[in-house]
Write a protein that binds this ligand. Sequence first.
Ligand SMILES: NC(=O)c1ccc[n+]([C@@H]2O[C@H](COP(=O)([O-])OP(=O)(O)OC[C@H]3O[C@@H](n4cnc5c(N)ncnc54)[C@H](OP(=O)(O)O)[C@@H]3O)[C@@H](O)[C@H]2O)c1
Length: 275
Amino acid sequence: MRSYAGRNVYITGGSSGIGLAAARQFSAAGANVAIFSRSQQKLDAALPTIEAAKGSAGQKFLAVQLDVGNHVDVEQKMDAAVRSFGVPDVLVNCAGVAWCHYLEQTPYEEFERMMMTDFFGVRNTVAALVPFMKERGGHIVNVASILGVVGVFGYSAYCPSKFAVVGFSEVLRGELKRYNIRVSVLCPPDTDTPQLVEENRTKPPETRAISGNAGLMQPEQVAAAMIKGMERGKLMIVPGFMNWLTWTMKRLWPGFVFSFMDSDARKAQKRAAGK
Ligand SMILES: NC(=O)c1ccc[n+]([C@@H]2O[C@H](COP(=O)([O-])OP(=O)(O)OC[C@H]3O[C@@H](n4cnc5c(N)ncnc54)[C@H](OP(=O)(O)O)[C@@H]3O)[C@@H](O)[C@H]2O)c1
């Protein structure tokens, strides 16, 4: 990995899972790392582990409690962070929540929660920080999901928020070029984090059957693939071979991917009906 010595890296959702793994890897590469999330307790537990991974003396670390879905909170806290910590060179929008269930079991509030956190959360930090970042350029990584490019059974609330992140990132790619700000969008498959544990509580059998094909990654692998993809200047970073294959097949032969998923769903429905 390239040295990030003296670079300021901001990571929303940096207190857990993929965001925390990325924070540790940027710390090991010499960056000053600031993390942002809602639970002070999680921030307090995460920050010493990020600091312990540091690659050299003199690095700075910061943990800020905020809700990415609240644009006023984001504007105020990001403004204060820029003044005390410095302008970010890298912004990783990793804060996110998930919900997986049948449409009929997905209340309105879950649609709203997914959109507010997973899409508006990305919009809010980008809108708050681009005015500062445009002075010297940088890199923004928005964390979507493979479910931001493939609509999968059970994710009627989550997928649209992640499709929105992909669309938003494609727009930013063009718009922010003039400020020398690069944009990437990370599309991980199932990753072994607290979020996956949470969504597994309500995951229908059809979704389990479909997602079982894409494999499970560790957050450290996803974070390493993200940083490698950034260094290669990639817009779409799609870690994991089966995950990449799914994305490629969806672009080239969407009908094939849909019939494959439908077949898995039918088999799961037969099993559940005892046939
Ligand atoms: N795990 C997977 O299978 C998977 C697959 C594809 C994509 N992703 C995406 O990867 C990203 C990271 O997920 P993860 O799996 O690493 O989950 P995780 O371990 O649960 O971490 C989520 C992080 O986001 C923070 N967060 C959640 N809501 C927030 C809010 N409103 N404001 C500020 N921070 C908030 C959490 O802290 P607090 O709760 O304290 O706020 C936590 O730090 C998410 O965008 C997720 O959708 C995950």
